[in-house]
Design a protein around this ligand. Structure first.
Ligand SMILES: *[C@@H]1O[C@H](CO)[C@@H](O)[C@H](O)[C@H]1NC(C)=O
Length: 345
């Protein structure tokens, strides 16, 4: 009797223990998920479809490698910014560079450049200590260029949306697709890259740009819808280049309006940037067009440029990146001061 009683207790204890063990095993926190499980979750989250098991395996290996490098970076020396797993985690850095940038720098730079020496803000000394054009209502929500290398169109359009709002007080989202489809002269090749300055030239020649709603973004090259392109919603009178390799001149320009800038965004750290003030690593091989929409200083005294990207609102700080300002090299971090320009209205 005594023995049976004891045996039952033991059995109950065993069942209880197994129950706990089982529930722990099935509800592990994300940090303890296996890499395969993390990839599965990521696939679901991003709606990724692989054509077969072979491709899935290839993508898993890339995912695993990227996650490893992201985690190593975040637990390493504090660089002032963090990386995170994002929608680019199953592609290599090489694939990323060819599909998500698209700024074609001209060597030597002429033709597309205005050739102007005049810089209207050259003598402006009284500048605000910080600027955020979003707070002034001059910046549309972050857009997503997708797998099309037409950053140049997004950069030019964001700068134009800014000057148009400053002139008319109305914030109108304008059409990148019109540039992708219709501005197909010279350097501007839709998803295969282009330049902001030649986009501004096209917009002047075309007597404006229509709205995003009228000519929505498709993310691929199509033939120009001339009817839609003939109904402009905003105009520019010209564009000017910011004196090159001079962050002070860039500051004078950004204090007055959102400015198109070209940067070297091809690095692994840029691909997975998530928050903080980006300090590199990057070079000056300009491959990406973005828009400087402000500047400021963090509470610990780090000066930064506020940059609007076109990789959706889930990349970086809600689609933005803060990049270190006033660095030791004249070109600016990632070459941000090399090829800046702005439209005039
Ligand atoms: C800036 O000042 C210089 C010297 O006074 C003058 O020559 C130049 O035209 C001024 N630039 C602008 C844009 O006003």
């Amino acid at each position: 009797m005594y023995f049976i009683y004891h045996y039952e207790k033991l059995l109950l204890a065993l069942i209880f223990f197994l129950g706990i063990w089982k529930s722990c095993a099935s509800s592990r926190i994300p940090g303890q998920l296996s890499m395969l499980e993390r990839h599965e979750q990521w696939i679901t989250q991003h709606g990724r479809i692989y054509k077969d098991a072979k491709e899935k395996d290839t993508r898993f290996k890339i995912f695993k490698d990227n996650v490893g490098r992201i985690e190593a970076f975040n637990s390493g020396t504090n660089e002032g910014y963090k990386l995170s797993v994002n929608k680019f985690t199953d592609i290599t850095n090489e694939e990323f560079r060819t599909s998500h940038n698209g700024y074609k720098r001209q060597y030597p730079k002429l033709m597309s450049k205005s050739g102007q020496k005049f810089f209207r803000h050259a003598n402006v000394t009284a500048l605000p200590t910080a600027m955020d054009w979003r707070k002034k209502g001059a910046v549309t929500p972050v857009k997503d260029q997708g797998d099309c290398g037409c950053c140049w169109a997004f950069s030019a359009v964001a700068a134009m949306e800014g000057i148009n709002q400053l002139k008319t007080t109305k914030l109108v989202s304008l059409s990148e697709q019109e540039l992708v489809d219709c501005d197909v002269r010279g350097e501007d090749q839709g998803c295969y890259g282009g330049l902001m300055d030649t986009a501004f030239q096209f917009i002047m020649h075309n007597k404006g740009l229509t709205t995003e709603t009228n000519y929505p973004y498709t993310g691929s090259d199509s033939t120009c819808n001339t009817k839609k392109a003939a109904t402009p919603a905003a105009k520019i009178t010209g564009y000017e280049d910011v004196p090159a390799n001079n962050e002070k001149a860039l500051l004078q320009a950004v204090a007055h309006q959102p400015v198109s800038v070209a940067i070297d965004a091809g690095g692994f750290e840029f691909q997975f940037y998530s928050s903080g003030v980006f300090t590199g690593a990057c070079g000056t091989s300009l491959d990406h067009g973005v828009t400087a929409v402000g500047y400021g200083t963090t509470s610990d005294g780090t000066k930064y440029w506020l940059v609007k990207n076109s990789w959706g609102a889930k990349w970086g700080e809600n689609g933005y990146i803060r990049m270190k300002r006033d660095v030791a090299v004249r070109e600016g971090l990632c070459g941000i001061a090399m090829d800046a320009s702005y439209p005039t209205a």
